[in-house]
Write a protein that binds this ligand. Structure first.
Ligand SMILES: CC(C)(COP(=O)(O)OP(=O)(O)OC[C@H]1O[C@@H](n2cnc3c(N)ncnc32)[C@H](O)[C@@H]1OP(=O)(O)O)[C@@H](O)C(=O)NCCC(=O)NCCS
Length: 160
């Protein structure tokens, strides 16, 4: 598949909102939070906390996006805040291509590690498998973090 990753543009915004809705894993509060970070990035070109990129197919359509940034007050620890792929394009390597882009960008910035947090709920099983498949390992788990029975699982990938 012909997928390219480039920095997010304002014209990608509505396509990304639609992807967030159609993945069917995010509730409205989560979508609002994801959109807030998108708007911070698009409206404040000088900020460096949130970095966003879009995956584009051969027809110039947005099929996924990623949001990442340096964890404040750390030396080289980065957070993967959001990653989402259009459902029709999932399991075809788009997530891996987005992650490879993030890793290549942050290693240029002397990143030592990348952390990704997710929920222990069954709906995130494919997400947890995605992280493990891409070289992350479970670093910590905060029991009942999101709600009773819904743990926060923190995955970590180290860069040599
Ligand atoms: C997690 C996500 C970004 C992965 O993107 P993707 O393009 O499907 O991933 P890739 O094609 O690069 O990787 C495929 C691997 O991911 C996992 N995976 C993805 N979809 C899966 C599914 N439906 N069932 C089981 N595993 C799945 C598997 O490990 C799979 O490898 P395999 O096919 O060899 O079993 C995508 O599934 C998604 O958008 N999920 C919803 C949003 C989300 O949970 N985001 C993370 C929290 S912010």
């Amino acid at each position: 598949m012909d997928i390219k990753v480039r920095k997010m543009l304002g014209e990608d915004r509505e396509a990304i909102r639609s992807i967030l809705l159609r993945t069917e894993v995010f509730n409205q509060d989560e979508i609002d939070c994801a959109m807030e970070l998108i708007d911070i990035y698009l409206n404040n070109p000088s900020q460096k906390d949130y970095l966003l990129a879009s995956a584009i197919n051969g027809n110039n359509e947005v099929v996924g996006y990623v949001c990442y940034g340096k964890a404040p007050l750390t030396h080289g620890a980065y957070d993967l805040y959001w990653i989402a792929v259009e459902p029709e394009y999932q399991r075809e390597g788009v997530g891996r291509i987005l992650l490879n882009y993030v890793e290549s960008e942050i290693t240029k910035l002397s990143a030592r590690m990348l952390l990704a947090e997710t929920s222990s709920r069954a709906v995130y099983e494919k997400t947890r498998r995605f992280y493990i498949k891409n070289g992350f390992s479970e670093e910590a788990r905060v029991k009942d973090f999101y709600s009773t029975g819904d743990d926060k699982v923190i995955y970590k990938k180290i860069f040599p």
